[in-house]
Every structure is written in C-alpha cells, then in structure tokens.
Design a binder for this molecule. Structure first.
Ligand SMILES: Cc1ncc(COP(=O)(O)O)c(C=O)c1O
Length: 336
C-alpha cells in the first residue's frame, strides 16, 4: 500500500466519521438554520475564546475572509515571506481584496518581533502603503511545523495594540501547537482579531475550516462568504465531520508528532527542530528523491530544489513510518 507523506490533508474520513456525517441534523445554512453548523461554529468559537465562528469550505477562504475584514483595498498586511497567505494562496488577497503584502524573513518560520517592528508602516501618509494588519501562522507549514514562540507573539500583539494595527492568525494547524505545547487554545488566540482554523488537516475531516472573531466581524464575514458564492446549504453533513474530528482526533495529534520526530531522526535531521507533524529536509535534489521514493510507493513533497517535506497524519501508523524510513533513508543519504 502507498504511504502518503505529502500532506495531512490526504486522510480519508473514518467509518465513525462517515456515520456521524450520515446522521447529522441539517437545515439551510444560508438561512442560518443548520443546527449542526451552528453548533460547530459555537463550539470552535468557544474553544478559541472568541465570540463567534463561521464555517467555511477551506483554510484559504478562512484566511481570505479574515484578511479582508482587517484591511481595505490599497492597504497592506505584513507577514513572513514563507507564510501560506503570501506563498500559497495564489495572490488571493490582491485579487479579491486589493491588499498587498510586505514580508519579513523568518528562519524556519520562527517569529522575531524586531523584524515585524522594523517593517510595519501604520498611517504611512499619502505616498506609501499603510499597514493595516499583521498576520502570523501557527504552526508554520513551510517552516516545518514550528510553533510560534509565545513571548514573540505577545510582543507583536503589544506592538499592534500600540500602533493601531489588527492581527490575523492563520491557525490551520493551531491544534498541533496546542497539543505540542499544552497551551490552551484560547491562550494561543489571545489578542488576535481574526483566526482561521482547519478541520481538514491533522484532525482528518474531509472538508472545512472555521473563521472565528467578534460577532460583528463574523456578521460581515457571512456577507462576504455569500458574495463569493461560498454560502453552503445543508452543510451540517460536513460540519458533523468537524465535530467528530474535534471529539476524537485532537489528542491523538501527539502520535503524529512522535512519528514526525522519529522520521526526522532517522533521516539525519534534528528532531529538536521538529515540534509537530511536519518534517522538512534540505537535500541536494528534492525532486529526484521524491521521484525515487514514489517508485517504491512512498509519497513525499518536493517544495523547492532542495526542500523536501514529509507530513505525518492519522492514516499512518508506526509500521508505515518504519517502511517509509526504510525507503527514504538511503535516498536521502545518497542525495546528501
Ligand atoms: C498554514 C496553512 N494555511 C492555510 C492553508 C489552506 O488550507 P486549504 O487547503 O484548506 O485552503 C494551508 C493548507 O495546507 C496551510 O498549510
């Protein structure tokens, strides 16, 4: 059987999750009448310590709604140069919201408050682009699943408060940060105006993310979601998968983290630099390693000439990791 380490998005809904989906009570969510969607939105908002939630089809949509609530056309959002919103959302913030980005460099995605301080330009006057918001990512995907250092996050939030900037959190894998550190989810979101979390990554739901914010911002986001054509009707079938994921698949993320650390160590990386479920390796020819592994039914992502990414998830067990190591170790060693 193929061992798919390309992403934690490749999981398939389990039998229990499918049962929960089939049994979901539903209604028309555009009318706000889907009880399962409403319950999921309330559950996630409460877990994250914000007032309200909005169920959306993807993490990209959650981020893009968040960004557009915080910045006007012609304003900028600042983030790190490897942030998913800057690298992997196909320019959506520019295309849909007229927002530009400026970026700071962050080794392994790790936040440095001084880099943010040096970059922001609130109220930049009539010639320069004004910064409206700061966006952070936790955990950091292209940084290798790194957890944003709490002290740096607190410093950046204080900076935003002092300068009148707003804060967005791309928390696609915030669950992983919570499990890895033991920090309460509501503590990880404190000080952010908008937060997007995904149910379809480590938690294993087939579809769905939730944007959380104040009730006023979520009311606005609901209008924009519909305007984008992304209002869904009996979406409770999908929301039920999210509820099931939160109830059954959250604590077990620790297993994914252990397996990622084991992979890292076996492939010559530093397990200390792998706090969650994403392994990044620097190899001479990432595409060649990925192609050779594919021939032996192990799938990994080559995200740059030297950038190999492996992601553990709930459809992989210890035996799968052993087999992946057997295939990958000689390939990575010979690639150097
Ligand atoms: C950090 C991060 N944010 C946002 C997204 C976007 O999620 P989606 O693929 O559901 O649009 C991803 C997807 O992998 C991600 O890794």
């Amino acid at each position: 059987m193929t061992i798919d380490l390309r992403s934690d998005t490749v999981t398939r809904p389990s039998r229990g999750m499918r049962h929960a989906m089939a049994a979901a009570e539903v209604g028309d969510d555009v009318y706000g009448e889907d009880p399962t969607v409403n319950a999921l939105e309330a559950e996630v908002a409460s877990l994250l310590g914000l007032e309200a939630g909005l169920f959306v089809a993807s993490g990209t949509l959650g981020n893009q709604l968040g960004l557009r609530l915080l910045a006007k056309p012609g304003q900028e959002v600042v983030c790190d140069s490897m942030a998913h919103i800057a690298r992997a959302e196909l320019g959506a913030a520019a295309v849909f919201s007229g927002i530009t980005f400026r970026t700071w460099r962050a080794e392994r995605g790790l936040l440095d408050a001084d880099a943010v301080r040096a970059l922001i330009a609130p109220d930049a006057g009539p010639y320069l682009v004004s910064t409206a918001a700061i966006a952070l990512e936790n955990t950091h995907n292209f940084g290798g699943g790194t957890v944003a250092p709490a002290s740096a996050v607190a410093e950046v939030i204080a900076l935003a408060q002092a300068t009148g900037l707003r804060m967005h959190l791309d928390g696609a894998r915030l669950w992983n940060a919570h499990v890895a550190t033991g920090t309460a989810l509501s503590e990880l979101t404190a000080g952010f105006d908008t937060v997007s979390v995904c149910l379809s990554k480590g938690l294993g739901a087939p579809v769905g993310s939730v944007l959380v914010a104040s009730a006023d911002l979520i009311a606005e986001a609901r209008v924009w979601r519909k305007r984008y054509g992304a209002g869904m009707r009996q979406a409770g079938i999908l929301a039920a998968a999210g509820q099931y994921a939160l109830a059954n698949n959250l604590a077990r993320l620790a297993d994914d983290h252990d397996r990622a650390r084991r992979l890292t160590a076996a492939l010559g990386g530093d397990p200390g630099a792998c706090p969650t479920n994403i392994v990044v390796l620097d190899v001479a020819d990432a595409a060649a390693v990925a192609a050779a592994a594919r021939e032996q039914d192990v799938l990994v992502s080559a995200l740059g000439p030297r950038f190999l990414r492996l992601v553990t998830h709930l459809d992989l067990d210890d035996d799968d990791i052993d087999r992946a190591i057997k295939v990958l170790e000689p390939l990575v060693r010979s690639a150097g």
